[in-house]
Design a protein around this ligand. Structure first.
Ligand code: FEO
Length: 168
């Protein structure tokens, strides 16, 4: 039987992943309003990926016999001053999520919950990729600076994303 402390932390993580999805969906809407369809597409897929993460945590809790309690999702921001600002926030957000997952790992370790530690390892590896892909985009956007043609070229590139961010 999963310990309450571990189950509660995972239950909170479901909410954090849903908030991530909401945040990225909001960024995709903002990009759409600015006619940046490639960035919109990239963020829409990112939001989908975050929903998948939430479901993975939910499924795991159910598999371990814990009760899932869905909480309300915080309202995200709806507008960003630039694409760079949005991706800088996405990067910071991913760093925060990494910290949350590390915290759950610490709780699981304290409870000697090997199954949870094993499940979390996938997310720890995933966070390395997520931070890296967001940071990569931030660095490219910084290189582009104020160049509209550079931004449009990058917009076209972002449109090519299929499923995972690492294919960027
Ligand atoms: Fe589900 Fe971007 O972390």
């Amino acid at each position: 039987m999963i310990k309450d402390s571990v189950a509660e932390a995972i239950n909170e993580q479901i909410n954090a992943e849903m908030y991530s999805a909401y945040l990225y969906l909001s960024m995709s809407v903002d990009f759409s309003n600015k006619n940046l369809d490639g960035f919109e597409h990239w963020m829409r897929l990112q939001a989908q990926e975050e929903m998948d993460h939430a479901i993975q945590f939910l499924d795991y809790l159910q598999e371990r016999g814990a009760r899932v309690k869905l909480e309300s999702i915080e309202k995200p921001k709806s507008e960003w001053s630039s694409v760079l600002e949005a991706f800088e926030e996405a990067y910071q957000h991913e760093c925060k999520v990494t910290g949350m997952i590390n915290d759950i790992m610490n709780i699981a370790e304290k409870e000697n919950d090997r199954a949870t530690m094993n499940m979390l390892q996938w997310f720890i590896d995933e966070q390395v990729e997520e931070e890296s892909s967001a940071d990569d985009i931030v660095q490219k956007l910084k290189m582009i600076g104020d160049s509209p043609s550079g931004l449009l070229m990058m917009n076209d590139r972002m449109a090519q994303r299929t499923v995972s961010a690492e294919q960027e």
